[in-house]
Design a protein around this ligand. Structure first.
Ligand code: PBG
Length: 310
């Protein structure tokens, strides 16, 4: 059999490289005649990661260069953390595969304190996610939430420097980078609702590339797709911009989708929760309906205020 190749466009962060290597290994496992190459690249999002500009940048900044590479045939696929993938794709590209989800929960990380509940009055917690911030503030208005940017290793280094008493990260990133011992506590969705797609890896490719789509097919995980697409549908219907205090999390229970959503004021002074259940084939509609219910409860007013602050 002649050897064929496939190129993966990837960012250079440790987590992005891990995810690309993971997909490469899976593809080579399923196709013995395939050689997979990584094409590492720097995105605008990486360049401005530590500047205040990343506040206005938006999620798309981390994927644009990868998408251009695919459209110009310099790469065949891009591997993404689903939570960083914008809800819409450029013409000619699409989300082809959703891989099996890693732990979707947020993780409490600290060198001195065991859990969120054990944090002393006024403790300093690092996170730049408005979703995490609003939920922590609602629970513990006394805590001092401070900005924390950079990739996973940079954030851990800032914690180790003593700049924070604790930080919140996605458990999936720490597990993938083989640092599960860093996780002091897994924060349950009942306490902190994850971001849409958190813990899942997705693969984007050219929509008309049948060769690549056939190669990718064995990596699909249907249950994860159903969950993540319902979550993304809710975000899309809320027109959640780049930086939003929105959580959405779906599980499959009794052969139905159980989708929970929340929208909160950044300072935690107001949080709207809602949830919906329905058929496995109805994820898109369920996401839309849940978003509409949240908007009716006042999510539009909250989100408008958040955007005005930005
Ligand atoms: N926004 C950055 C980002 N994108 C994906 C992950 C973690 C892995 C995942 O959710 O799949 C992280 C880091 C974090 O939130 O701690």
């Amino acid at each position: 059999m002649t050897q064929q190749t496939l190129k993966i466009a990837t960012r250079k962060s440790a987590l992005a490289l891990w995810q690309a290597e993971f997909v490469k290994a899976r593809l080579e496992h399923f196709h013995s005649d395939l050689t997979v190459e990584l094409v590492p690249m720097v995105t605008k999002g990486d360049i401005i990661l530590d500047s205040p500009l990343s506040k206005v940048g938006g999620k798309g900044l981390f994927v644009k260069e990868l998408e251009v590479a695919m459209l110009e045939n310099r790469a065949d696929i891009a591997v993404h953390s689903m939570k960083d993938v914008p809800v819409e794709f450029p013409e000619g590209l699409g989300l082809e595969i959703v891989c099996e989800r890693e732990d979707p929960r947020d993780a409490f990380v600290s060198n001195t304190i065991n859990s969120l509940a054990d944090l002393p009055q006024g403790a300093i917690v690092g996170t730049s996610s408005l979703r995490r911030q609003c939920q922590i503030k609602a629970l513990r208005p006394d805590l001092d939430i401070r900005d924390l940017r950079g990739n996973v290793n940079t954030r851990l280094a800032k914690l180790d420097d003593g700049q924070y008493d604790a930080i919140i990260l996605a458990a999936a990133g720490l597990i993938r980078l083989e640092m599960p011992e860093r996780i002091q506590e897994f924060i349950e969705p009942e306490v902190m609702l994850p971001a849409n797609g958190q813990g899942a890896v997705g693969i984007e490719c050219r929509v008309d590339d049948e060769r690549v789509k056939a190669l990718l097919a064995p990596l699909e995980h249907n249950e994860t797709r159903i969950r993540v697409l319902a979550e993304r549908s809710m975000n899309r219907s809320l027109e959640g911009g780049c930086q939003v205090p929105i959580g959405s999390y779906a599980i499959i229970e009794n052969e139905q989708i159980y989708l929970r959503g929340l929208v909160g004021a950044t300072d935690g002074s107001k949080i709207l929760h809602n949830e919906i259940r329905g058929a496995l084939t109805e994820g898109d509609a369920l996401g839309t309906q849940l978003a509409e219910a949240l908007l009716k409860d006042g999510a539009d007013v909250i989100l408008k205020q958040v955007y005005e602050q930005q």
